[in-house]
Write a protein that binds this ligand. Structure first.
Ligand code: FRU
Length: 481
């Protein structure tokens, strides 16, 4: 079924509960991001998709494109199940040099065929810029491995040194397997990376690996390997990363792995290939231990996080991944409240800005005492984000049985605190330094009210802004950032 047309996600009327600035499927179920590739000024987002129901089912690859990572144009379904299996997660590359023999610039997708008894890796290509795909007649390119039949989620990229070759990272039980290829068809096993079972005693399989280089804030060139793991800091599935060296064939971790998000809803994160000047990733806002569900009458289920730009910060505990919302999001800010050089003392700083989605930014908070608090209210929901020198926390998060819980994240680092909060109809994402907390919220089309305070503390803030976000507005007109 193609079933999708060029309908921007943001054109859904207020009141439907659709997120304002987060990607959702036009209908049906969504989980992992797949096939992330930037080409010709467009960013492709494929995703695990069951088009016929709002629950997980036979997986297809849904497809959308964006020129700014915020508003998306839906395209027809790219890959559907066939006799070899259903279509699980994978990646996409632009074969600029024509190494596959399919022509220079072929758009090639690598994905997993899943069956109950085994998983194989397969290829499909597009010669119309990713609109339509042809599955390779010689599939699978990597057959089911007899010793590890459940091996999946090929993450492929071009390694340019020494003439260049393709690298594939695969999830195989508890390991990340690395393989190389000259042509995307024949693959040679190179390395098994077993570091992730050491994080917080987690046991079980890794999923959806990623591997990419970043230049750290101290100028050193590092590689980041990330995976999904079954039990993270907020319970259920979560994303971890480890920093190391990669020589084109072998990855050597240089420190212990760390969690990249301390909320319960940032999973299967993948970064875009070919974004050139920045590394951008996105995650499924879901959790296999507590799957998102659609309220009665809603035709879709599942959403992506805000795309995030990645950097690497050095500190006493080694390198940590830092995430910030994609910079283009600022173009969708409506005129809002901006204050500069204020002391947030006993008197709370109120914001008159309401909106179904709101972007809060605090720059250079000099915090003494218990910390800077940002209260985010909507209907009966009362979320409090607290930023302190050493911790980031969110309290008041609704939890299954009607109770509420708090989540917190270590916030290593010294000096003034920066804080960013992106609120949408169904989610909150909080970023401060290398700490990130991502959580889904119950649907609502009510407007947010935001207020900063510093009870018992003395906080001087260089800049504090609160803006409603509107992805239906012309970004050129909406910006006052
Ligand atoms: C991760 C995952 C992948 C798999 C896909 C199936 O969330 O379990 O390992 O390919 O989802 O939809």
């Amino acid at each position: 079924m193609s079933g999708t047309t060029n309908e921007p996600t943001s054109s859904v009327p207020a009141g439907s509960g659709r997120p304002v600035v987060h990607f959702t499927p036009p209908r049906g179920w969504l989980n992992d991001p797949n096939g992330l590739l930037s080409v010709g000024g467009e960013h492709h987002l494929f995703y695990q998709h069951h088009p016929h129901d709002t629950v997980f089912g036979p997986m297809h690859w849904g497809h959308a494109v964006s020129t700014d990572f915020v508003t998306w144009r839906h395209l027809p379904i790219a890959l559907a199940p066939d006799g070899l299996g259903v279509v699980y997660s994978g990646s996409a590359v632009n074969d600029i040099a024509g190494t596959t023999g399919l022509g220079a610039g072929a758009f090639v997708a690598l994905f997993t065929y899943h069956t109950e008894t085994g998983e194989s890796q397969a290829m499909a290509w597009s010669t119309d810029g990713g609109e339509t795909f042809t599955k390779f007649a010689g599939n699978p390119v990597i057959p089911v491995a007899p010793d590890r039949p459940m091996t999946r989620d090929p993450r492929v990229f071009w390694y340019p040194d020494d003439g260049g070759h393709w690298v594939m990272a695969l999830a195989a039980d508890g390991d990340v397997v690395l393989a190389t290829s000259p042509d995307l068809r024949s693959w040679a096993h190179q390395d098994d990376v077993s570091v992730f079972t050491t994080i917080d005693g987690v046991e079980g399989g890794v999923e959806t690996p990623d591997l990419f280089p970043l230049v750290a804030d101290d100028g050193s060139h590092r590689w980041v390997m990330s995976v999904g793991l079954p039990s993270g800091p907020a319970g259920g599935s979560a994303t971890a990363a480890v920093i190391g060296d990669f020589d084109g064939t072998r990855f050597t971790p240089t420190e212990a792995p760390h969690w990249v998000d301390h909320g319960g809803h940032f999973y299967a994160a993948q970064s875009w290939n070919d974004t050139v000047d920045r590394r951008v990733w996105i995650g499924w806002m879901g959790n296999w231990s507590d799957l998102p569900t659609a309220p009665p009458g809603r035709s879709w289920c599942g959403q992506m996080s805000i795309p995030r730009e990645l950097s690497l910060r050095s500190g006493a505990d080694g390198y940590r991944l830092a995430q910030t919302p994609i910079r283009e999001l600022e173009r969708y800010r409506l005129p809002g409240d901006v204050v500069r050089d204020v002391a947030v003392t006993a008197v709370p700083l109120r914001s008159g800005v309401g909106g179904r989605a709101v972007d809060v930014e605090v720059v250079g908070a000099d915090v003494h005492g218990s910390g800077l608090e940002v209260h985010c209210r909507r209907g009966t929901l009362r979320l409090v984000v607290t930023a302190r020198a050493d911790r980031l926390a969110v309290s008041g998060l609704p939890f299954g049985d009607g109770s509420h819980r708090s989540l917190d994240a270590p916030r290593p680092g010294t000096g003034p605190i920066d804080l960013r909060i992106v609120l949408d109809t169904t989610s909150i994402e909080v970023f401060s330094g290398t700490a990130t907390i991502t959580a889904l919220l119950p649907d609502s089309s009510d407007e947010w009210a935001v207020e900063a305070s510093a009870e018992g503390a003395d906080v001087a803030v260089r800049r504090l802004s609160v803006h409603a976000l509107d992805a239906t507005a012309d970004p050129a007109d909406a910006s006052d950032a």
